[in-house]
Design a binder for this molecule. Structure first.
Ligand code: ACO
Ligand code: KIV
Ligand code: MG
Length: 516
């Protein structure tokens, strides 16, 4: 098995994502998280580009231990001087010198001839080697460049002392077979057995970044440049989590491994999402919300019978909770039954079919149901006659006023009225209801949703109450949220009072108490 080095460039190419500007503290926090992930190299930034960037690289170099810390530099002495200065305290510093290889870059961007670029590459790699032993060399846009020039350029860089040669498909133009062939050619015709690591750097303009990186590995690359969540210039870079998990899950095929602590992947992904403000799409491989969720009945049935029927890796492996079954319009009986069992219900087949039909009708109209909604569905199918009925609710609140509510409720013992104050109108209403019904269930969850999308939207309130060892869910709907809350509370309290509640699973403390 070959070791593939993971070069993380979230803090450099990743931060080049339009609109992203990380603070010093955010960069440091991400760098520490990358060290816990055990990446081999952290590209901490491009020091010449600004004072904050310089300081971030300097702090990361002095504080983050473990990985090699790399800093980017153009083929210019000032860039290399700044990179070297920022890396002064690094245990394992690397200077990453880059130029360009394609005609279009040379003519229109660098405005240099091939000979001038060769000379700059030679001089600047040598210059960087005066500061550090570990120098990486890249030539942008290799995929669109002429092979003869690419060959000469990388040959010059190796002769000048580059220890890693990176082959960027800067514009995301290559296909996997082309990029793979290019890496193979670099290995056979440029590196020729010398002790130089070949690195991939692929962009996702055609959605091929990960496929291209893997093709590079198959053809001799020993380092992959990538970012968390695949962020980066334009459509982004190769996603670290994708390449790492592809190498792990298909180690039989690639015969290669990384040293990544995969259980940290999800945590770092969330951190980068939060700090960059770039949301991870739900269908994103490995780290998206749906990556380990199943809604289709056939898949759910398979997963319940044997996880591996529809899962090629365990969610826990990347630090996520186990796969979830989403109960929606595509779900089948098996998943529905399992969800009810998980909530503590067991029904005969006939009753289950009746509940399942009702569930399908609702899910087709409103989308997936949460477990509270499922409980409400089951309980609303019980013989109901409301035990407590709201006759009247009145409340007032406002700035400088003590929120106060009065409720009148029809109970089996007749109509009762109570007034209470609270932290807000809903709290005051709940306290007044507790007075009226004569017991004090604990509010475990409270959720408000708009049922329709306009300003006169109907509000749906779902509460879960607990009393002793019983719990019940109640739902209330009204254009007035406070009234919907009163209805929901009375619905759940009625279930508790009339013995139509479920026994809740014991808490850890209760089990410990029972066991003495
Ligand atoms: C593919 C990549 O990701 S490359 C990295 C890209 N990242 C960034 O650009 C982010 C940080 N960049 C910056 O802050 C700024 O662009 C700086 C500080 C680097 C340079 O700023 P400025 O001096 O204002 O130059 P500006 O950005 O307008 O133009 C880039 C200059 O660098 C030159 N250049 C580009 N690449 C290289 C290179 N590899 N080697 C030498 N010079 C280069 C360009 O030809 C241009 O030079 P010119 O001004 O003589 O025409
Ligand atoms: C600086 C280089 C490696 C780069 O990011 C690219 O070419 O995409
Ligand atoms: Mg790039």
């Amino acid at each position: 098995m070959r070791h593939i080095r993971i070069f993380d460039t979230t803090l450099r190419d990743g931060e080049q994502s339009p609109g992203v500007a990380l603070s010093l503290d955010q960069k440091l926090e991400i760098a520490h998280a990358l060290a816990r992930l055990n990446v081999d190299i952290i590209e901490a930034g491009f020091p010449v580009s600004g004072a904050l960037e310089f300081e971030a690289v300097r702090r990361i170099a002095s504080e983050v231990k473990g990985p090699v810390i790399a800093a980017l530099a153009r083929t210019a002495t000032l860039d290399i001087d700044r990179a070297a200065k920022a890396l002064e305290k690094a245990e394992k510093p690397r200077i990453h010198v880059f130029t360009s290889a394609s005609k279009i870059h040379l003519e229109h961007m660098l405005r240099k001839t091939e000979e001038e670029v060769l000379e700059m590459a030679d001089e600047m790699v040598r210059y960087a080697r005066r500061y550090v032993d570990d120098v990486e060399f890249s030539a942008q846009d290799v995929m669109r460049a002429d092979w003869e020039f690419v060959k000469r350029l990388y040959e010059v860089a190796i002769e000048a002392g580059a220890t890693t040669i990176n082959i960027p498909d800067t514009t995301g133009y290559g296909t996997p077979s082309e990029y793979g062939a290019l890496i193979r050619r670099i290995r056979d015709e440029v590196v020729r057995g010398r002790d130089v690591v070949i690195s991939t750097h692929t962009h996702d303009d055609l959605g091929l970044a990960t496929a291209n990186a893997l093709a590079g590995i198959e053809n001799g690359a020993g380092q992959v440049e990538c970012t968390i969540n695949g962020i980066g210039e334009r459509a982004g870079n190769t996603a670290l989590e994708e390449v790492v998990m592809a190498l792990y899950v298909r180690r039989d095929y690639y015969q290669a491994y990384t040293q990544i602590n995969t259980r940290e992947i999800y945590r770092v992904s969330r951190l980068v999402e939060r700090h960059t403000g770039m949301p991870v799409p739900p269908n994103k491989a490995i780290v998206g919300d749906n990556a380990f969720a199943h809604e289709s009945g056939i898949h759910q049935d398979g997963v319940i019978k044997h996880r591996a029927t529809y899962e090629i890796m365990d969610a826990e492996l990347i630090g996520r909770r186990p796969a979830v079954l989403v109960l929606g319009k595509h779900s089948g009986r098996a998943a529905f039954k399992k969800a009810l069992e998980d909530l503590g219900y067991a029904f005969p087949e006939e009753k289950l079919s009746q509940l399942f039909r009702r569930f399908k009708e609702i899910a087709e109209r409103k989308g997936p149901l949460s477990s509270d909604e499922l409980m409400a569905l089951v309980e609303s199918e019980e013989p109901t006659a409301h035990f407590f009925e709201l006759a009247h609710v009145q409340f007032f609140s406002g700035s400088g006023l003590l929120p106060t509510a009065t409720v009148r409720v029809r109970t089996p013992q007749g109509e009762k009225t109570a007034t209470a104050t609270g932290d807000g109108p809903v709290d005051a209403v709940f306290k007044a209801i507790q007075e009226v019904i004569g017991f004090r269930p604990e509010l475990e969850t409270y959720r408000v949703e708009a049922i329709t999308g306009s300003t006169e939207a109907l509000g749906q309130v779902t509460v879960r109450l607990r009393h002793g060892e019983f719990q019940a869910v109640g739902v209330g709907v009204s254009p007035d949220i406070v009234e919907a809350s009163a209805l929901a509370f009375l619905d759940a309290a009625g279930r508790l009072a009339s013995g139509r509640a479920t026994r809740h699973p014991p808490t850890l403390e209760e089990v410990q108490k029972e066991l003495g």
